[in-house]
Design a protein around this ligand. Sequence first.
Ligand code: BMA
Length: 339
Amino acid sequence: MSEIKLIAPALPNIPWEDMPEGCAAPMWRHSKNPIIRRNPLPDVARIFNSAVIPYRDGFVGVFRGEQCDGIPHIYLGRSADGLNWQFDEEKIKFTDKRGEPFQPVYAYDPRLIKVEDEYFAVWCQDMFGPTIGIAKTSDFTSFTRLENPMLPYNRNAVLFPRKIGGNYVMLSRPCDNGHTAFGDIFVSESPDMEFWGRHRHVMGRNGNWWENLKIGGGAAPIETDKGWLLFYHGVVNTCNGYVYSVGAAILDIDEPSRVLHRCSRYILTPEENYETTGFVPNVTFPCAALCDGETGRIALYYGCADTYVGVAYTTAERIYDYILKYDNASEEDKELGRR
Ligand code: BMA
C-alpha cells in the first residue's frame, strides 16, 4: 500500500462499513443503498445529486429536490448519522446581500463546501441559460446569494476547501444550453468570491472510453499530502444514451491545474438496479465526500439514476493505490493549465 495522509480533521462519526470480503473494486457500496428513496417529501418526487458536510455533532446537506412539477430546487437536510436524513419541507429561501428574497428560477446539483470558517453552497441555475449560483451561510437558516461566479453556460462548480495562494479556487465545466456533448474541467480563482479570473484548463476527455464525451467536477477536492484527491464524473455516449461514471485524479497541491495522476479506469459505474434504472438510467453522479483525517476513511455521496442518493466507501490508501496502478495522466493533464 502506498502511503498517503488526508489533511483533514478527524471525523469519528463518518458513515462507514468495512470492505466486503473479496472485494476487488476500489470502492464498495453502502449495503442499504439507496439512502434516500422516491417521494421523500410531499412536494418532491426525487432527491439525488446532493451534498453533505459535517456540522456540529452531526451533518447537514443541500439536496437537489425534483419538485412534483419537474422543477429542481435545493432543500436543506439534517442528519445525526449521515445516512438517515430529515428534510425541510420548503425549499431553501435565498436572500440577496440586502436581505431581499432572491430565488433562482431553478437550482440543481448543489455542492456544499466549508472554506476556512464559512459555508458555501454552489449549484447550477438559470441566467439566460445554465450557469453557476453561489450562496453563503454561517448557520444554515439564512443563505445569502453572492454574485454569480461564471458566465453562462457552465455547470458542475465545486470550491476547494481552502484558499490557494491567497485566493478562493473553483473548478467548473463550461457547457451548452442542452445536454452538452463535450466538456473539460477548468479552474478559476477569486480574491473575494466576487471577481473570478486566472482561468486555467485542468483536464480534458483524455481518450479513456468511459469518459470520452465529457467530464465535470464532483465532490470538493480532498487535501492530502500527495495533492488534491478529486472525485469527478465522466460520461460516455452509447446507442442507448449517456452513461455517467465516477473517476478519480490527484491534482497538484499549489497548482491544481496540474494533474499529477489520473485513473484510466472508472472507480464506480452504474451496476446496481438503483443506478441503472430510474428517471435517467445509468447515472452515478458524485457531489460530496466525507473523510476522516484519523483513519483515512472516505464516504462518497452520489446521485443514482437522477432518482436516489447512494453512498460508497473507500480509504485514502486504497483509492490512491488504484489511481497509481492505472494512472494514465497525459502530458496535457500534467502541464500547468494552458490558457
Ligand atoms: C447532467 C446534469 C445532472 C444529471 C445528468 C444525467 O447534465 O444535469 O444533474 O444527473 O445530466 O441526467
